[in-house]
Ligand binder design. Structure first.
Ligand code: BGC
Length: 412
């Protein structure tokens, strides 16, 4: 369709455009429970059994962003973004229980000051699944003391870096952590037990609530949230009451339960959206049509973001899409993926949902946890040997969107 026949969807003034990353996935050189897990005999044997090269699953230097942060921030600027979501690594800051590493805090101050100097809003994730080794040795999040340790860490960060933070995220996707660490075993601590999962669930709730209080004690106007990964669950057949019931149940357990428990300690909602699940009544209870899938095998389903945004409206809080993206090494689908999801974000805004921003996941190709280095989520490709960053064509398109605060679309 010729350009001038396309419809222009203009986003609200002050809409926040950004990109997201996390500490462990890009910094490199961390010593935490994940780096131990990646090198553990159990994990390596498992990978060898699957004929995988274990080196591909060891984070190592990741994108070397610990040293290349200035370059990364420049890339965020090149995208015309107004904000950058990044994480800090608890294990670096408190490598031994109760001992703070001043050098590391200085490092993070430099990073955040650089962001400020570049006029970028800072969205800071305090915990993105990785834990200090000493905490893991004490039983990690199954130990209720973890809440106390976490709030002490939050207090330290608030005092050291709080003046440079615009939006706080205490926890990243607690449900994904619980599911993979305690049900599927894809993540450390790989302690599969529903009882432990329950304890971790309760402790993460308490951790967010106390962290929220600590941040607000010093900064009464702080904007504090978590990120919640939400799937759009729909019955494969709408007329089938069992499938409709199961879809509702899944949505309650996975999307809503955690948020419900912390709804009084949320200044906004950080939403992560990647996929939908078509629920069937028979195992494995999910049957997607998979018309178009990403390199991770996830079905691309943009209108799901509209439904989850609508479902969040009842919380009556502003929402920021903190993650949305895809693994697409050839960059064939990315442009369309972003545009289509934004189209539905726009539609949700039009329908009265207060969406304040959109962050693409991710700035760079990075260490994709249990899936290692193969999935390529980045707007920038990263050479695994030289760490050279190269913009994919989609980076240019995203930069245009952020600059003009709009998308042009033919099918609206
Ligand atoms: C996580 C990221 C991850 C992304 C893609 C999100 O669930 O927060 O760390 O890389 O999904 O799998």
């Amino acid at each position: 369709m010729p350009e001038n026949n396309k419809k222009i969807l203009k986003f609200p003034k002050d809409f926040l455009w950004g990109v997201s990353t996390s500490a462990h996935q890009i910094e490199g050189g961390a010593a935490n429970d994940w780096s131990c897990w990646e090198r553990s005999e159990f994990r390596i044997k498992n990978l060898e059994l699957r004929n995988e090269n274990p080196n591909n699953y060891i984070c190592g230097l990741a994108c070397d962003s610990y040293n290349r942060y200035e370059e990364d921030i420049k890339l965020v600027k090149d995208l015309n973004c107004g904000a950058y979501r990044l994480g800090i690594e608890w294990a670096r800051i408190e490598p031994e229980e109760g001992k703070w590493d001043r050098k590391e805090i200085e490092h993070y101050r430099k990073v955040l000051m650089n962001l400020k100097a570049n006029n970028l809003k800072v969205v800071l994730t305090l915990w993105h699944w990785t834990n200090p080794i000493w905490l893991a040795d004490k039983g990690g999040w199954a130990n209720k003391e973890a809440v106390k340790y976490f709030s002490r860490y939050v207090e330290f960060i608030v005092n050291q870096l709080g003046d440079l933070v615009d939006y706080w995220l205490t926890l990243n996707e607690p449900m994904v952590y619980i599911a993979n660490g305690h049900i599927t075993g894809k993540f450390p601590p790989n302690k599969k037990s529903i009882f432990i999962a329950r304890k971790v669930f309760n402790n993460l709730i308490r951790a967010h609530k106390t962290g929220y209080g600590v941040i607000h004690n010093k900064y009464t106007k702080a904007e504090v949230s978590i990120t919640q990964l939400m799937n759009y669950f729909e019955p494969a057949r709408k007329w089938c009451l069992v499938e409709a019931g199961l879809a509702k149940l899944a949505s309650w357990i996975w999307n809503e339960r955690f948020l419900n428990k912390i709804k009084n300690e949320l200044d906004y909602i950080g939403l992560d959206y990647y996929f939908h699940d078509r629920i069937v009544w028979y195992p494995p209870f999910k049957k997607n049509e998979n018309k178009k899938i990403t390199d991770m095998g996830w079905e691309i389903y943009p209108k799901g973001i509209y439904y989850v945004l609508k479902s969040l409206a009842k919380f009556k809080k502003p929402i920021i899409v903190m993650e949305n993206g895809l693994a697409d090494a050839d960059d064939k689908e990315r442009v369309n993926f972003i545009r289509e999801h934004l189209k539905y974000v726009y539609k949700a805004i039009g329908g009265g949902v207060s969406v304040r921003g959109y962050f693409y996941w991710s700035l760079l190709d990075n260490f994709e946890w249990a899936a290692g280095f193969d999935p390529k989520f980045g707007l920038y490709e990263v050479d695994r040997k030289t760490f050279k960053r190269t913009a994919r064509p989609s980076a240019k398109m995203y930069a245009e969107i952020c600059k003009n605060n709009m998308i042009k679309i033919s099918n609206f």
